[in-house]
Design a protein around this ligand. Structure first.
Ligand SMILES: Nc1ncnc2c1ncn2[C@@H]1O[C@H](COP(=O)(O)OP(=O)(O)OP(=O)(O)O)[C@@H](O)[C@H]1O
Length: 335
């Protein structure tokens, strides 16, 4: 985990009086007889990264659309940068930027033209628009490609241009709806770097993501949306403490040693194909020593021993288990 979120976490937990950038209470939204948001409360202090997690169809985009004035809630109170979107939508729009799953980039014109168009939309004087465009294109490593049509950009470049366009209006709050979906690992890391820089500049980031690792890396605070409600809320570390799942994994190359160990050890989860045993453990030195002592005493030789502490994936799948299919990660492919 990076140093920046830790620093921010410490800051947000100690600064109880921090100004609130985004607040929602009792947010409700239904489409026909389908209730998507069923009384959602959110609180995001200024200058922090908040991540809304939830399985597909949980209502994350709906929440972003409501908070960013694109649609209205059926009920609930909202304050964005101190403004009520129901009564002062323009004030809210002036304070926020939104980068959705569907890009605002016009593929038929160049990156530079997209930026200048955005500067015009924000009524920036010509020279100021030019300056901001050049500065942002340089910041997002797009200067060399500035005069190429956006259609020729890679997915990562287009996503960077999209965020650069959002920043033309200098928003203090940015909604990023799945900003790294479909990006390769390198582009994803670049995006994470951009998000961290935004926060360093004091911008508040509201992030929805399908990648738990992304929330773990970036977010000061995480809420899990499920069944229309926030089912858990806290820092990544707080959420990880909610679920058991720590274990030590022993892997054997010799089937005989594996069988002997499996026969002796109680409370293990066997994987007969991979010849691994999973022993519940908090990963403490005391428990590891006990396992090693037992292996020595039983004269059993494990080829590898790895310690697994619960991660956000464990939390997510535990909290959203009722409608989410079995966890696909190969590391959970244990019988
Ligand atoms: N305009 C609409 N009319 C009817 N139903 C809608 C509308 N918009 C969203 N929904 C439904 O509301 C639910 C929540 O959708 P939403 O897009 O907010 O979920 P999400 O958490 O962002 O999902 P994903 O991760 O797949 O993007 C879904 O069941 C969706 O089909």
């Amino acid at each position: 985990m990076s140093a920046a979120p830790r620093r921010l976490r410490a800051m947000t937990t100690t600064t109880a009086t921090a100004t609130t950038a985004i607040a929602a209470t009792g947010l409700r939204k239904s489409y026909g007889d389908k209730t998507v948001l069923d009384g959602v409360d959110l609180h995001v202090p200024e200058g922090t990264v908040f991540s809304l997690l939830g399985p597909n169809g949980a209502g994350k985009t709906t929440a972003v659309k409501i908070l960013s004035t694109l649609i209205t809630a059926d009920a609930g109170g909202i304050r964005i940068a101190g403004h009520d979107p129901a009564t002062h939508p323009d004030a809210v729009r002036g304070a926020i930027g939104v980068t959705g799953q569907f890009s605002a980039v016009d593929n038929l014109i160049t990156g530079e033209e997209n930026m200048l168009l955005m500067a015009d939309l924000h009524h920036l004087p010509r020279r100021e628009g030019r300056r901001v465009t050049d500065e942002l294109l340089a910041r997002f490593d797009l200067t060399d490609a500035a005069r190429e049509p956006a259609a020729a950009y890679s997915g990562g470049m287009r996503r960077r241009l999209d965020i650069a366009m959002t920043l033309v209006g200098s928003p203090r709050i940015i909604f990023l709806d799945e900003p790294t979906t479909g990006l390769d690992p390198r582009s994803r890391h670049t995006m994470w770097h951009i998000i961290r820089e935004l926060v360093t500049d004091g911008v508040t980031v509201f992030l929805t993501t399908q990648y738990l690792e992304e929330a773990d890396e970036l977010a000061d605070s995480i809420a899990v949306l499920h069944g229309g409600r926030i089912v858990a809320h806290g820092t990544a570390d707080e959420l990880k403490r909610l679920v058991p799942g720590g274990h030590v994994r022993l892997r054997f190359e010799d089937p005989g040693a594996y069988e002997r160990a499996a026969g002796e050890l109680r409370e293990t989860v066997r994987d007969d194909q991979a010849l691994t045993l999973q022993i519940p453990s908090d990963g403490s030195q005391r428990e590891l020593r006990a396992i090693l002592d037992w292996l020595d005493a039983a004269d059993v030789h494990a080829d590898t021993l790895t310690v697994h502490t619960p991660d956000l994936d464990d939390v997510f799948f535990a909290l959203t288990a009722t409608t989410t299919a079995a966890r696909p990660s190969p590391k959970e492919n244990v019988r």
